[in-house]
Design a protein around this ligand. Structure first.
Ligand SMILES: [Fe+2]
Ligand SMILES: [Fe+2]
Length: 330
C-alpha cells in the first residue's frame, strides 16, 4: 500500500508554524544588495585584511554549501513531521542563497581566477578549514544508521554549525560594517546571521524533541557526547581563528566572540553554557541586535526589511489599460 501524505496546515498552530512564518518573513536574495558600493573601501584594506576577508568568504561558502547540500536535506529525510519537513526544505533553499551570495561579493571584489582558486583549491586543501568542516560532516553521516542517538547527534552538530562555527567568519565583515567599511557585503553577512539564528533555534528544537524520546541512560550519554563534540570543535575553531586573524591582530577578540556563540549553541540544545562570557568588541555585539527596525546609519538594507503584507487582489480593470488611463486621469 502506498503511503500517500498531504501536509495539512489547517491544524492547530505550533512552533513549526511560527518557524515557517519567521523564516518566510526574513526571505531575501543576494541581488538586492549593491556590493559594487564596497569597491572603494575594499581598495583601502591592506593586503592582509583583504586576504582574511577572502578566506572568510570562501570558508563560509563551503559551510553554507554543506548546510544546503547535506544537513538540511538529510535531516529533512530523517524527519516524519510534515510541518518540520517544510521548514527544513525552506532552510535548505535559503542556505543555497547564502552560499550564492558570497559569490556575488567575490564577483565584485576579486578576479574569476582568484575566486576559482579560493572555492575549488583553498577550501579543499587548507588543513585548518578541512578539519573544522570534516568534524561536522562526519556527524551528518551518522544519520544513515537510523539510530536515535545518531539522529540526535547529527542535529546537535548542525546546531553547532548554525549557532557557533559560522561566527569566526562572521566577525570580521560585521566589524568592518560597523566601522562604515564594506557595508553592503556586511549587510549580506548580517542577513545570513539573522537566518542562522533562526536555523539554530529550529534545529535545536527538533534535536530536543528526539532527546525527549531517549531513555535516561541515553540522555546522559548524549549530553556527554555533545560536550565532547563541542570541545573537539573548539580546538579546530581556535586553530582556524589563529590562521585567519593572527596577521591582522584580531584573534583574541574573535575567540571571545566564538565562545559566546558556543554557549548560545548549547542553549539552543537546552544545555547549560560552558564558557564564561567575556565582553567582545561592542561594534560586533551591536550587529547581533536583530530587533526589527534597528537600521543603523550605514545600512543599505537592514533587518527592518519586510515582505509586502497588504496585497490588493487583481481586478478586471487592472488588465484594461484604457480604463486605467481614465481612472488615472490621463
Ligand atoms: Fe546559511
Ligand atoms: Fe543555516
Amino acid at each position: 500500500m502506498t503511503n500517500v501524505q498531504a501536509i495539512n496546515w489547517n491544524t492547530p498552530e505550533n512552533i513549526w508554524n511560527v518557524l515557517w512564518h519567521q523564516n518566510i518573513a526574513q526571505m531575501w536574495t543576494d541581488t538586492e544588495f549593491k556590493v559594487s558600493r564596497d569597491l572603494k573601501s575594499w581598495e583601502k584594506l591592506s593586503v592582509d585584511e583583504q586576504l582574511t576577508y577572502k578566506r572568510i568568504l570562501a570558508g563560509l561558502t563551503a559551510l553554507d554549501t554543506l548546510q544546503g547540500d547535506q544537513a538540511m536535506p538529510l535531516i529533512l529525510l530523517d524527519t516524519e513531521d510534515l510541518k518540520k519537513k517544510a521548514v527544513y526544505s525552506y532552510m535548505a533553499f535559503i542556505e543555497h542563497m547564502h552560499a550564492k551570495s558570497y559569490s556575488t561579493i567575490f564577483t565584485t571584489l576579486t578576479s574569476t581566477k582568484e575566486t576559482d582558486y579560493l572555492l575549488s583549491d583553498w577550501v579543499g586543501n587548507n588543513e585548518h578549514f578541512a578539519k573544522k568542516y570534516g568534524i561536522t560532516e562526519t556527524q551528518y553521516h551518522r544519520l544513515k544508521s537510523g539510530l536515535l542517538r545518531d539522529r540526535y547527534m547529527a542535529r546537535a552538530a548542525s546546531v553547532f554549525l548554525e549557532s557557533f562555527q559560522f561566527y569566526s567568519g562572521f566577525y570580521y565583515p560585521l566589524l568592518l560594517r560597523g566601522q562604515g567599511s564594506m557595508v553592503a557585503s556586511g549587510e549580506i553577512i548580517r542577513k545570513i546571521l539573522i537566518d542562522e539564528s533562526i536555523h539554530g533555534v529550529a534545529v535545536g528544537l527538533d534535536a530536543q524533541d528526539l532527546y525527549a524520546e531517549m531513555t535516561a541512560e541515553d540522555k546522559v550519554a548524549c549530553r556527554n557526547e555533545v560536550y565532547r563534540l563541542l570541545e573537539h570543535i573548539m580546538v579546530a575553531e581556535e586553530q582556524y581563528t589563529h590562521y585567519l586573524y593572527d596577521n591582522i591582530g584580531l584573534t583574541d577578540d574573535v575567540l571571545k566572540f566564538v565562545r559566546y556563540n558556543a554557549n548560545k549553541a548549547l542553549m539552543n540544545l537546552g544545555f547549560d553554557a560552558l564558557y564564561t562570557d567575556v565582553a567582545f568588541n561592542p561594534i560586533v555585539e551591536n550587529a547581533l541586535d536583530t530587533s526589527t527596525g534597528n537600521h543603523d546609519f550605514f545600512s543599505t538594507k537592514g533587518d527592518g526589511y519586510e515582505l509586502a503584507k497588504v496585497i490588493e487582489p487583481l481586478e478586471d480593470e487592472d488588465f484594461d489599460v484604457k480604463s486605467k488611463m481614465v481612472n488615472d486621469g490621463i
